[in-house]
Design a protein around this ligand. Structure first.
Ligand SMILES: [Zn+2]
Length: 416
C-alpha cells in the first residue's frame, strides 16, 4: 500500500557512510548524491519549498489542506526528521538488500561463504527475530550494514507525504520535512535553520522496533587526557623514568569499574575509556562521560577533573592535561512543559493498537540537539533492529506501521 519498502530498497544502494572528524559537511560525497535524489523525488511528488543545500540538507513542506482559516491556525506545523548518513562501524558501500518474503522463523543465511566466512542471522542469537515469522524481512548480504538506520526513516516520511498527496480528503496541517547529514558523527543537525524551516515541533523517525518512543537521552561529554612521560634508557632509569603507559593505567584505575558501559543499563551513567594509545614518552586516553541525570552528569565531570588533579599533584601539573567538552544534553529537560508533543505520538500509537515502549535512550539524537535549540523533537521508531552492523534488519510490515504512525499523528493534530 505505501511506497516505503520500494523507496528504502533504492536509498540503501547509495553509499552514505559518514566519516569521523571530517572538515566539511557532508563528511562524504555520497550523502550529497542521495540528498539530490531525495530533493528530486520530493519535487516530483509535488512538495513545496524543496531545498537541497551544498551541505546535503534536504528540506520541504506540504502545506496544510485545511480550508477553514480559524481551524487552520489552530493546527501546528509538524516536522519529521531523518538522517541520510550511515554508521561508521561497518561499510555502507555496495549494500545489496534482500527481501525474505513470508519469513519462516528459522535461520537466514546472509552469506554462505563458499568456504569463507559464513554469516547467519539466527533467532538463536537474536530472539526477537522469531516475532517476525510470516512477515517480509529486509536483510543484508552479510558484507555491509543495511542502512535502516536511518534510511528507513527517510523512506517512511516520503511514503507518508506521498499518501497524503494521493488522499487529499485527509485533513492535515503544515508538514515539514528535513533530511540531515552526518548524524552518526555528531553533526547534530547544526545547519538546519529552524526558524526558516517553520515547524512548531518535530519528531525524528530514527528509533528501533515498532512502538519505541524516546524523549530522554544521555547528557554527554568527551574528555581527552594527554600524559607526558620521561623516557630514559631502561638500564639506567631508576628514579628517573616516568612511564606514560603506567601513569595512564594508574589514572584509569581511579574510575569505578562498576560504572562502565559494560556494567550499566537503564538510567545508570558511566565513564568509558574508548581508547588508550601511548609509549613511555607520551600517552593519550579518550573518555566519554554519560548520565541522564543532569546533576549526576555534572558530578561525573567534576570527578574527571578531580582524577586529573590527583595525578597532577603526584607527577606534576605539566604531565597531565585535560580537554573536556560537552557533546549533547538530555532533551528531557526541554520536553518538560511540552508533554503534549509526546502524548500526541503516544496517542497515535495507541489508536493504531501499538503498545508504546518508552525508552530512556542510552545515546543521543539530532532531536536532543534540536530540542536544546528550541525545537522540541522526540524520537520515534522506524521498525529496524541491530543497527550499525551486518545483522541489521527491518520488516516491510514494520515500515508500514511507521507510516501509519506518521499519518495518525497528523490526523490527530488536525482533529482538534
Ligand atoms: Zn540513526
Amino acid at each position: 500500500m505505501y511506497s516505503a519498502l520500494s523507496r528504502f530498497l533504492k536509498y540503501v544502494t547509495y553509499d552514505t557512510q559518514s566519516v569521523d572528524r571530517a572538515e566539511q559537511t557532508p563528511s562524504s560525497p555520497g550523502q550529497l548524491a542521495l540528498a539530490e535524489v531525495l530533493g528530486k523525488e520530493l519535487e516530483t511528488l509535488g512538495l513545496k519549498d524543496v531545498e537541497v543545500t551544498e551541505h546535503a540538507y534536504v528540506t520541504a513542506s506540504l502545506p496544510s489542506n485545511i480550508t477553514d482559516s480559524a481551524k487552520k491556525n489552530k493546527v501546528p506545523a509538524i516536522g519529521f526528521v531523518a538522517h541520510i548518513d550511515t554508521a561508521t562501524e561497518v561499510t555502507g558501500k555496495d549494500v545489496r538488500p534482500r527481501v525474505v518474503k513470508n519469513y519462516d522463523g528459522g535461520d537466514i543465511t546472509l552469506k554462505d561463504g563458499g568456504g569463507g566466512e559464513k554469516v547467519v542471522l539466527s533467532p538463536k542469537d537474536f530472539p526477537y527475530l522469531a516475532d517476525y515469522k510470516g512477515q517480509d524481512i529486509v536483510v543484508t548480504d552479510g558484507n555491509t550494514l543495511l542502512g535502516a538506520d536511518n534510511k528507513a526513516g527517510v523512506a517512511e516520511i516520503v511514503a507518508g507525504v506521498e499518501w497524503l498527496i494521493q488522499h487529499p480528503e485527509i485533513p492535515h496541517g503544515d508538514v515539514k520535512i528535513a533530511f540531515t547529514p552526518d548524524e552518526e558523527v555528531g553533526h547534530l543537525a547544526k545547519l538546519l535553520d529552524i526558524k526558516k524551516w517553520g515547524a512548531d515541533f518535530a519528531y525524528t523517525i530514527d528509533g528501533g522496533p515498532v512502538g519505541e518512543i524516546c524523549w530522554e537521552n544521555f547528557n554527554a561529554a568527551g574528555a581527552v587526557i594527554t600524559i607526558k612521560g620521561r623516557a630514559v634508557h631502561p638500564g639506567k632509569s631508576k628514579g628517573l623514568m616516568l612511564n606514560a603507559v603506567t601513569m595512564g593505567q594508574e589514572f584509569n584505575a581511579l574510575f569505578p569499574p562498576a560504572e562502565t558501559p559494560a556494567t550499566t543499563e537503564g538510567y545508570e551513567g558511566y565513564y568509558h575509556c574508548m581508547s588508550f594509545n601511548g609509549s613511555v614518552e607520551g600517552a593519550t586516553l579518550k573518555y566519554i562521560i554519560r548520565d541522564h541525570d543532569t546533576k549526576k552528569f555534572e558530578e561525573r565531570k567534576k570527578f574527571m577533573e578531580k582524577a586529573v588533579k590527583w595525578m597532577q599533584d603526584k607527577y606534576g601539573t605539566d604531565r597531565f592535561e585535560l580537554d573536556m567538552r560537552d557533546q549533547y544534553r538530555n532533551m528531557a529537560d526541554k520536553v518538560k512543559g511540552h508533554e503534549d508533543i509526546v502524548d500526541l505520538a503516544l496517542n497515535a500509537m495507541r489508536e493504531l493498537g501499538m503498545e508504546p515502549n518508552i525508552v530512556p535512550m542510552r545515546g543521543g539524537t539530532d532531536g536532543a540537539a534540536l530540542s536544546w535549540r528550541g525545537l522540541i523533537t522526540p524520537n520515534l521508531f522506524t521498525g529496524g533492529h541491530n543497527y550499525h552492523g551486518k545483522f541489521e534488519f527491518i520488516s516491510a510490515q514494520s515500515m508500514d506501521k511507521a507510516v501509519d504512525m506518521i499519518l495518525k499523528i497528523l490526523e490527530l493534530s488536525a482533529r482538534k
